[in-house]
Design a protein around this ligand. Structure first.
Ligand SMILES: [Cu+2]
Length: 168
């Protein structure tokens, strides 16, 4: 009788202690200054972007093309699939391929990335087609690009806006 009472008391105390710990943890997680390890909004550790340029179409209103040199030296694996450009209606990853007996561009499959990989988005190859770009965005400006990888993390970078006739 005595021993079973002790056990009950112990269990209750343990439960209370556990509840207390859980409360402390959740309160801690809600504090804005709680350090989130190596997690910065809009930055994926290990990604480098070089030579980013958004080349406008010769005819205003036609889609622009985004090119850049992508590198990754982090420890995770993911794939590149979704892009958005500030001031544009949509952005779609394109690749050239043969379709209907003609070489033409089409939506690209997600590109898997691991440590040490480099991917060149370049003319005649993988690129991002940018649709419904605001006419406010002119050659000489910069454009804000957001890359959303599998898993939902984003990496933001800036591209130089170039006129159709400039070097691609
Ligand atoms: Cu394209």
């Amino acid at each position: 009788m005595v021993s079973s009472l002790r056990t009950t008391t112990f269990k209750t105390a343990a439960a209370a202690l556990f509840a207390g710990t859980a409360l402390t943890l959740s309160a801690c997680a809600e504090e804005p200054e709680a350090p989130a390890p190596t997690k910065v909004e809009g930055v994926i550790d290990g990604i480098t972007i070089d030579n980013a340029r958004l080349v406008l179409a010769p005819v205003e209103g036609n889609p622009a093309a985004l090119y850049f040199d992508f590198g990754f030296d982090g420890d995770r694996v993911f794939s590149l699939d979704r892009f958005s450009v500030e001031g544009a209606g949509s952005a779609v990853m394109h690749q050239f391929g043969e379709y209907d007996y003609k070489v033409q561009m089409m939506e690209a499959m997600p590109v898997p990335v691991k440590k040490g990989d480099k991917v060149e988005f370049k003319p005649g190859d993988l690129h991002v087609m940018v649709f419904d770009l605001s006419p406010e965005i002119k050659a000489g400006d910069t454009a804000e690009v957001t890359m959303k990888v599998s898993g939902g993390d984003t990496h933001k970078f800036t591209a130089q806006v170039r006129a159709a006739g400039e070097e691609r």
